[in-house]
Design a protein around this ligand. Structure first.
Ligand code: PLP
Length: 221
């Protein structure tokens, strides 16, 4: 199936209002252009160097999302153009993002990554770390950062019940944070959840942004 057909098919499987981030990491510009020419504008990358190069080489109206763990010393390279950072995972990273956004005279939108997977290896914050960040001076003074919602990655497993439990937890935490910290704030609205193998489950638990790579662009090496 072609890239364009895959994107169409995925959209036909998504509920109204859910957006697709086409995860183009490791894939060449030609493939991105193919999707872009069919009207798709949102792409996700997880390496700063690759993203910076693709940003320079590809059309400027692409909305680039950074989807992986972001090192603080690399924020400055993407700050001028990044559309959404999916994996805010520490208060220190928030401070850095805000500083770099201020230097660029813009606001940067971020999603807080909640650790939902039972695996030890996944990045992300616990709920208590998130609450402590949202109660901090860092957050109160982060005028160039928009917290646009939450993100989570489920455990890599065939156990669909476990995946469902983890996405349900993400949705509950989203609702809790919305009520407690973002009540009057319409910008806090996204739940980034679901990849090629589990987005069908994620959308049942309120995902508004699915991040799909291999289903569109083929397997990665
Ligand atoms: C690679 C990646 C994806 C896409 O994974 P696929 O299984 O290829 O759809 C989604 N989210 C993150 C954070 C990733 O690193």
């Amino acid at each position: 199936m072609s890239i364009v057909e895959s994107i169409k098919e995925i959209y036909s499987e998504l509920p109204e209002g859910v957006s697709l981030v086409a995860v183009s990491k490791t894939k060449p510009n030609e493939m991105i252009i193919e999707a872009y020419n069919s009207g798709h504008k949102i792409f996700g990358e997880n390496k700063v160097q690759d993203l910076s190069r693709k940003y320079e080489e590809l059309p400027k109206d692409i909305q680039w999302h950074f989807i992986g763990h972001l090192q603080r010393n690399k924020v400055k390279f993407i700050a001028p153009f990044i559309n959404l950072i999916h994996a805010l995972d520490s208060e220190r990273l928030l401070q850095t993002i805000n500083n770099e956004a201020e230097k660029c005279n813009r606001k940067i939108s971020c999603l807080i990554q909640l650790r939902i997977a039972k695996e030890e290896t996944k990045f992300g914050m616990t709920l208590s770390e998130i609450e402590s960040m949202l109660n901090s001076e860092t957050f109160k003074n982060a005028n160039n950062t928009v917290i646009a919602g939450v993100m989570g990655m489920a455990t890599y497993t065939d156990d669909e019940e476990q995946i469902a439990d983890e996405f349900a937890e993400l949705q509950q935490v989203f609702n809790y944070l919305k009520e407690k910290f973002f009540r009057e704030n319409p910008e806090f609205k996204e739940i980034s959840a679901g990849m090629t193998d589990d987005f069908h489950i994620a959308v049942k638990y309120g995902s508004t942004l699915v991040r799909v790579g291999s289903r569109i662009f083929g397997e990665r090496n």
